[in-house]
Each structure stands twice: as C-alpha cells, then as structure tokens.
Design a protein around this ligand. Structure first.
Ligand code: FE
Length: 141
C-alpha cells in the first residue's frame, strides 16, 4: 500500500500506484501510532472528491472530478476522533490545461506517484463536533 523511511519524527512516505491516498495515509498513521501530526506533499491522481461545507445551511456538497490531475499541493493535519485516525487534508489539483481546482479532500486515487512528508508531534489532538460551525474542531486535553 505504501513505502516509507523515517528520520526522527519525520517520515518520507510513498503511496503505491492505484491506491486511494486518504485510506493509505490513515493506515500508515494507525500503523505508526501517530496521534498528532502534519502532512504535506505532491502527487499525480486520476480522480479526486472534494467536500464543500455551506456555512449557511451546514450541509455538505461533495463533488468528484474524474480526470488526470497533478496534486500540486497536499497539506493537512493528523489527529484522532473516537479512537480512530482523523485526517484533515486540503489539496490544489492542476488539470491538463494547467488550471487548478482544489478544496477539502475526501478521497483521491493515485495514478503515477504520491510523495508525502509526515511529521509526528509528541502530543495528542482530538476532535469534537462543534454545533455552531458544523465542523469537527480540534480538542486539546
Ligand atoms: Fe477542510
């Protein structure tokens, strides 16, 4: 599913071709016991599903793009919710015509390569559902 090397609290992670990135990243974090961290990287994918939260209605609108794209910027954080790895990841994706789309990432399938850096922080970060915003916000004990 992935390969990695480690230098202290930092990992260099390569997600295998054709894998779904978010699932592979969550599996990696679970395996390594990362409870609080950061992730950034780049990749090439053949689809991406984004999620938009309308603050007025607090309703999610999901949209999938089925095309080859470069993930020019993957950035996000790692925490825990209900004992499970919780990823919050945003991406910017460049299309064949070099225009970009982006947003809050739900899932994306690697089609080429996906190269990430994961940083582990010696801390714990949880999440709680916030009624006002409709978001799962950070919770620090
Ligand atoms: Fe987000």
């Amino acid at each position: 599913m992935y390969k990695f090397t480690q230098a202290g609290d930092r990992y260099v992670l390569s997600i295998d071709n054709h894998q779904e990135m978010m699932g592979a990243l969550a599996a990696f974090c679970k395996e390594q016991g990362i409870r609080c961290g950061a992730v950034y990287g780049i990749g090439a994918v053949c689809n991406a599903t984004f999620r938009f939260l309308d603050p007025a209605t607090k309703k999610y609108v999901d949209k999938t793009f089925e095309e080859q794209m470069e993930l020019t910027a993957i950035t996000g954080n790692i925490s825990e919710k209900d004992g499970e790895v919780y990823l919050h990841v945003h991406v910017t994706a460049s299309r064949r015509d070099y225009t970009c789309i982006g947003g809050h990432l739900l899932r994306t399938q690697v089609n080429g390569a996906c190269e990430l850096v994961v940083e582990r922080f010696e801390a714990a970060a949880g999440r709680y559902f916030d009624e006002e915003t409709g978001l799962n916000l950070y919770k620090f004990d």
